[in-house]
Design a protein around this ligand. Structure first.
Ligand code: ADP
Ligand code: MG
Length: 481
């Protein structure tokens, strides 16, 4: 059983105390088993300017907690801090994504600034982000939970795993440069490429390793142009020993970013630095990607990841259930592994769902529960409905321009259409809050949660509105069937 104090030693005493008080109230409102499952792993990060920032282990976890206990949390925090307080969430997955270039840029370009002030600020920042004081200034942006140790080997990932190991032992020194790994969603690409980074960093903390998603890379590039700092941006990435870019398929069609990436690639490759890339498809299938880049992607090693076979799925479930502290029989694990085949994220999702249901009803984890959950997961999957289609249909109905919904406009019609589109994206697709946010002008998951909640509250209160949403939903489903 996890104690209340888990992991919150580094937080300012008042934040810790505040959260402790909230937990006491929450504990009274929900069953003990639920409390231990969903609340003990939450860490308070800070309380400032009427915002309480909480950290959760993963996005999946976040979606479960906020999906079910949002009102319990809000009411308890209100009792402790008053109704002005806003609650914001961050996940371990994401904490490492934020501001890495911005913070590096600051340390590079503002050296002349009052040094003392800067130093305290940095130490503060690192403390709040949970980084150790002596860590080098480059924040690698790696999530420490992705390691080789907890990556289960199987037939589908054998080559990729072996190459990853070799690269981590000798970055830039093997013929696997670049290392280009591709495969479907949820098969472990991000896990594996981050494991390489973590291992290299672990062996030699001075190595300059950076992990960045291609979306983030693009956003930072655009921001650096706006701030007249495009050179700094480029130099920052050129100074790396190891550059890891996730999901490069999102660079397709983005010519300027590709052009910049091309030059960074050349500079790094020429000086023997390691480049690691992931994609959902092999280089030759990346339509809208510059031919010069595609040919470079083929210089080193291309390795694919295939969906895991049954044994691997069982091994993964066994490991993950242990990690979650679940007591679940081998029969049930085999049942899940036999029925959920496509990807590992879904396997994980199924376990969490079972855990949630069991904890809500305070029941044992039975084969019946597993069956019910597997059935729910399989029928809720509507793979063909995309966020694009949803946005398009919602916009037609609200008579607003699709771009208005994606931009940061606060015009009433645009806001409403955007919230409905986000709500339906959550309901009709398997996309994470983060992905949904990215489709709507790079908004963060708390904005998505807010939108989803707003619409969920409006529906029961207005018959007219409910009819409207149902109508749109119906239309989307018809369009996609
Ligand atoms: P992708 O980037 O290919 O979409 P991820 O790397 O995000 O997939 O993997 C999805 C989830 O499945 C992650 O939580 C990851 O830790 C887990 N996972 C994937 N492959 C493995 C594996 N071989 N062993 C253990 N966990 C895995
Ligand atoms: Mg990924």
């Amino acid at each position: 059983m996890i104690s209340l104090d888990t992991g919150i030693e580094n937080v300012r005493p008042n934040t810790k105390k505040i959260w402790h008080d909230c937990l006491k109230l929450i504990k009274k409102k929900i069953p003990a088993i639920t409390f231990n499952t969903w609340f003990a792993p939450i860490n308070p990060i800070k309380h400032e300017n009427d915002i309480l920032l909480l950290e959760l282990p993963s996005l999946l976890f976040l979606e479960w907690v906020t999906g079910r206990y949002s009102s319990v949390i809000t009411s308890s925090v209100e009792e402790v801090l008053g109704s002005k307080t806003k609650i914001e969430y961050v996940t371990m997955d994401e904490k490492f994504q934020d501001d890495l270039f911005t913070s590096a840029l600051r340390t590079q370009t503002e050296k002349a600034d009052a040094e003392k002030k800067e130093r305290t600020l940095e130490i503060e920042l690192k403390k709040e982000n949970g980084f150790k004081k002596n860590e080098p200034t480059v924040l690698s942006n790696l999530n420490p939970k992705y390691t080789f140790e907890n990556f289960i080997k199987g037939e589908g990932n054998q080559l990729a795993r072996a190459a990853a190991g070799a690269i981590s032992d000798n970055p830039g020194g093997t013929s696997f440069n670049p290392f280009f790994i591709y495969g479907g969603v949820g098969l472990g690409k991000t896990h594996l490429i981050q494991a390489i980074g973590n291992k290299i960093k672990n062996d030699d903390p001075k190595k300059r390793v950076i992990y960045v998603s291609s979306d983030r890379f693009t956003v930072e590039f655009v921001e650096s142009i706006q701030a007249n700092k495009a050179n700094d941006f480029s130099n920052f990435y050129r100074s790396m020993d190891v550059l890891i870019i996730d999901d490069v398929q999102f660079l397709t069609g983005k010519e300027k970013t590709q052009d910049l990436f091309f030059h960074i690639f050349n500079a790094l490759h020429q000086s023997g630095r390691q480049i690691i890339l992931s994609s959902d498809k092999p280089p030759k299938d990346l339509k809208g990607m510059d031919d010069r880049l595609i040919s470079r992607f083929n210089w080193g090693l291309n390795a694919d990841i295939q969906p895991p076979d049954l044994e691997t799925r069982i091994a993964i479930l066994t490991k993950k259930s242990k990690d979650y502290g679940m007591d679940i029989s081998q029969d049930i694990l085999e049942f899940i592994a036999t029925n959920i085949k496509s990807n590992i994220r879904e396997l994980e999702g199924c376990l969490i769902k079972i855990l949630a249901d069991a904890s809500l009803t305070s029941k044992e984890i039975s084969i019946e529960l597993a069956k019910k959950t597997v059935r729910e997961i399989s029928t809720s999957k509507k793979v063909d409905i995309s966020i694009e289609i949803i946005t398009k249909i919602v916009c037609e109905h609200f008579n607003v321009d699709v771009n208005k919904v994606r931009e940061k406009t606060r015009k009433k019609e645009a806001v409403e259409a955007r919230q409905v589109a986000m709500y339906l994206s959550k309901e009709l697709t398997n996309s994470s809050l983060k992905t949904i946010g990215l489709h709507f002008g790079g908004r963060d998951h708390s904005t998505v949660i807010h939108s989803v909640n707003t619409i969920s509250e409006m529906i029961p209160n207005s018959k007219l509105f409910k009819e409207k949403v149902d109508y749109i939903k119906n239309k989307i489903e018809l369009t996609c069937s």
